[in-house]
Design a protein. Structure first.
Length: 268
């Protein structure tokens, strides 16, 4: 079976609160292996960390590491795009690479965490059968998400922490513990904006911003928890995977097409 399918999941919000749905995600990772995917993208908000939380519950994340290690063991590369709930992971990237005062929409740096697993800050791009594909979590287009460059810079350390290949998840969790004073702040989000636009409207705003840059033929975003497929001007396409944990959304590139699927139906 040729390796063709590229899968994109976002907003898994892994923690100890919804074990049944998390087990479904782990089953879907086995489906990714069965399909012999050519790549798996985790498009942000995979580790759920909110300011003021207790440290992430270890068992759920160990199970996630086991599932991803199985994907990697089959030779399927994984790219983890940092979202607003994963912000401590930018401590793995050099400040000069991860923060550029100008060029809000410029591609960010990436880092090979362990063989086959790459962390990318905010954006990952690829070519798929002659089409440019732009994968981004999307939080920077959300008017309710406001973090200044100074606040982001405060997440950084002077060096990239070492990551143990055998326990890479443990090192990531340690980064979250080290930066507990930062990250997404749910209650503060509405306090900063005074209101919250409907997710579909925010998502369309995000696409308009990207279209101004003529970035790609296909755009895949998460963050807004609004599963969407839209055809744009010139035949370009926009897909939002929604909240992959709750609504089962995932994007798949296969047979020359970009589709939105539901892993709950895939596994039924």
């Amino acid at each position: 079976m040729p390796r063709d399918a590229i899968f994109v999941l976002s907003d898994l919000h892994f923690n100890a609160n919804v074990p049944d749905r998390q087990r479904g995600i782990l089953r879907f990772l086995r489906e990714v292996v069965r399909r012999r995917a050519s790549h798996l993208y985790l498009n942000g908000d995979i580790i759920d960390y909110v300011r003021g939380d207790q440290p992430p519950e270890c068992r759920a994340f160990r199970e996630l590491q086991d599932g991803l290690d199985q994907v990697l063991a089959e030779g399927i590369p994984v790219t983890y795009v940092v979202g607003n709930h994963d912000l401590p992971l930018i401590t793995l990237l050099r400040p000069a690479d991860a923060l550029v005062a100008e060029g809000m929409y410029a591609d960010r740096a990436s880092l090979a965490l362990v063989p086959g697993l790459t962390v990318a800050y905010r954006v990952s791009t690829l070519e798929y059968q002659g089409r440019r594909v732009h994968i981004e979590h999307g939080h920077v287009y959300d008017p309710g998400w406001l973090m200044t460059p100074e606040q982001q810079r405060s997440l950084h350390r002077n060096h990239a922490p070492a990551v143990d290949g055998g326990d890479w998840m443990g090192r990531l969790l340690q980064l979250f513990e080290e930066t507990r004073g930062y990250g997404e702040d749910g209650p503060g989000r509405l306090a900063r904006t005074g209101s919250s636009l409907p997710p579909i409207d925010m998502a369309r705003y995000a696409v308009r911003m990207l279209e101004r840059q003529n970035r790609a033929d296909w755009y895949i975003l998460g963050h807004f928890h609004a599963p969407t497929v839209e055809t744009l001007e010139g035949g370009r396409k926009y897909v939002n995977t929604g909240d992959s944990l709750s609504n089962g959304g995932y994007a798949v590139l296969t047979d020359g097409q970009l589709r939105l699927g539901d892993w709950r139906e895939t596994l039924s």
